[in-house]
Design a protein around this ligand. Structure first.
Ligand SMILES: *[C@@H]1O[C@H](CO)[C@@H](O)[C@H](O)[C@H]1NC(C)=O
Ligand SMILES: *[C@@H]1O[C@H](CO)[C@@H](O)[C@H](O)[C@H]1NC(C)=O
Ligand SMILES: *[C@@H]1O[C@H](CO)[C@@H](O)[C@H](O)[C@H]1NC(C)=O
Ligand SMILES: *[C@@H]1O[C@H](CO)[C@@H](O)[C@H](O)[C@H]1NC(C)=O
Ligand SMILES: *[C@@H]1O[C@H](CO)[C@@H](O)[C@H](O)[C@H]1NC(C)=O
Ligand SMILES: *[C@@H]1O[C@H](CO)[C@@H](O)[C@H](O)[C@H]1NC(C)=O
Ligand SMILES: *[C@@H]1O[C@H](CO)[C@@H](O)[C@H](O)[C@H]1NC(C)=O
Length: 421
């Protein structure tokens, strides 16, 4: 302490400490501000939704996709060069109704030439693993699993062969898997629920469709469905989402418009915004029709909801495999939690939170499942199987209907119970 008796040195020490602290603070704040500025483009109009979301109507040519070096001079394709309406198989059933409404739509609409973007708030960024990883899927480790390992559950048995898929740490899945050589589209009506999570900070649950291609562990995928993901969105609402990656989520891709890639074209539907209404146990069932289709003229992968409403697309030139076609399509649920495949299993729900055996009204369903190949016909895929890697926690079941209607897929579960793990 002797040295601090020198008042001048003491003052210098204090000043340098204060300045370091201030610099540290400024740098972090600058980082957050810069990221917010990059994510939230200037709004032509702002809509305050009653659920707390803020929707910015952004000039369609100022959306995040245009930050991508490969898209600098991209000319937006405003509509797909194809129409699906006539080809879609229809299973009409009064006890389930289609939904395309989002909570924010009650509070206003976006003017022509703009698209609705859910605003990212400072607190959303501060919850992220890191500023760089905001809006991305949490880091996970892919383990090469094999059929002899019981812990990897029931692999899809397709065409008399067990299809061995990689198991990802922290992920439990219950899905219908279709293999093929040339899928250029996939669709399904996804029943909408609001399953409960047990930890708001590090869990999420989805009901979705994956369209994949490329090597098993560094695959390319485009995905769409609903998600409950409090750490990303700030609450436990059921939201419409998209996700994509070029390398099995190692270093590319993100949810919604949280990075440059997806080109949004629809003025009425916002990615990441809450869906309503929700289905209730043995009550009215609601679903959202979701589809992803490769445009024959541009190779862009379009997302459509509600049958034939285009939302936007991933430009074909992002991809090295999907620019041609997909070889693997999956429908079903993903539960992400550090507490899957542990002795202290999470109680987070997948689907409705009830097992597939609950069937219509109790379990989450996906109906009107179809894929499309270069014949341009939507049909129930030929080579399919189910995969539930923790089948005592979250299960998968194909209900082969009679009367010519296509099979309905049921999936989900409550997590921890006397048989799980
Ligand atoms: C498959 O799993 C078993 C048991 O975990 C292990 O002994 C075997 O080496 C694995 N085989 C391959 C090809 O990974
Ligand atoms: C299924 O098996 C049959 C007979 O072995 C074969 O001809 C066909 O190509 C297989 N289909 C797929 C998708 O692997
Ligand atoms: C969602 O969060 C709200 C408020 O924190 C809570 O009251 C509600 O029970 C939660 N719902 C679910 C399904 O977890
Ligand atoms: C897809 O991309 C790869 C890699 O850029 C390229 O070699 C291939 O020719 C492309 N295929 C099509 C159909 O565009
Ligand atoms: C089990 O997991 C929960 C949630 O992560 C935690 O709160 C609890 O302490 C854990 N219990 C044991 C016995 O590890
Ligand atoms: C509606 O569909 C579900 C499942 O596909 C079926 O269980 C139910 O009986 C159907 N309801 C009517 C009224 O047809
Ligand atoms: C199939 O059709 C018959 C005759 O119309 C009807 O009685 C039966 O309930 C139908 N089954 C299903 C599963 O819809």
């Amino acid at each position: 302490m002797g040295k601090l008796n020198n008042p001048r040195l003491f003052l210098i020490l204090i000043l340098s400490y204060l300045s370091d602290r201030a610099n540290g603070k400024v740098n972090f704040k600058e980082l957050v501000d810069a990221k917010l500025k990059q994510l939230n483009k200037p709004a032509v109009k702002t809509i305050q939704s009653e659920d707390g979301d803020i929707i910015d109507c952004v000039d369609i040519y100022k959306q995040p996709a245009f930050d991508h070096p490969a898209l600098k001079n991209h000319i937006i394709q405003m509509r797909p060069s194809f129409d699906l309406k006539k080809e879609k198989p229809s299973t009409e059933n009064e006890s389930s109704k289609p939904v395309v409404s989002q909570t924010w739509q009650r509070s206003g609409s976006c003017p022509e030439g703009t698209i609705p973007i859910r605003r990212i708030r400072r607190e959303d960024l501060l919850r992220a693993e890191s500023i760089d990883r905001f809006g991305r899927k949490p880091r996970a480790i892919v383990s090469k699993s094999n059929t002899t390992n019981q812990k990897d559950g029931h692999f899809p048995f397709i065409n008399n062969t067990n299809i061995v898929l990689p198991t990802v740490e922290y992920e439990s899945v219950a899905m219908l898997v279709a293999v093929g050589t040339d899928f250029i589209g996939a669709t399904g009506d996804i029943n909408i629920w609001n399953p409960r999570l047990s930890s708001p900070t590090d869990e999420f649950t989805t009901a979705q469709i994956w369209v994949k291609s490329g090597p098993a562990d560094v695959f390319e995928s485009v995905e769409c469905g609903w998600i409950v993901f409090p750490n990303l969105y700030g609450d436990n609402r059921t939201r419409l989402f998209t996700h994509w990656t070029l390398d099995g989520t190692t270093s590319t891709g993100c949810y919604d418009l949280n990075c440059d890639g997806f080109v949004h074209t629809n003025p009425e539907i916002a990615l990441g915004a809450a869906l309503e209404p929700l289905s209730s146990l043995y009550g009215q069932q609601y679903y959202i029709t979701v589809g992803m289709f490769k445009d024959p003229q541009t190779n862009n992968w379009w997302v459509k909801v509600g049958g034939d409403t285009p939302i936007g697309y991933w430009p074909g030139n992002l991809f090295s495999f999907l620019n041609h076609s997909s070889t693997l399509v999956e429908w079903g649920g993903l539960l992400f939690s550090p507490n899957v495949r542990t002795s202290n299993h999470t109680t987070a729900g997948m689907g409705s939170g009830h097992f597939a055996s609950g069937l219509f009204g109790k379990a989450c369903f996906i109906q009107n499942i179809a894929t499309m190949d270069f014949s341009w016909q939507l049909k129930y895929p030929q080579w399919v199987g189910t995969w539930d890697n923790e089948f005592n926690c979250y299960s998968a079941y194909i209900d082969q209907q009679s009367n010519g209607t296509s099979p309905v897929f049921f999936f989900g579960g409550p997590g921890r119970n006397p048989d799980c793990p």
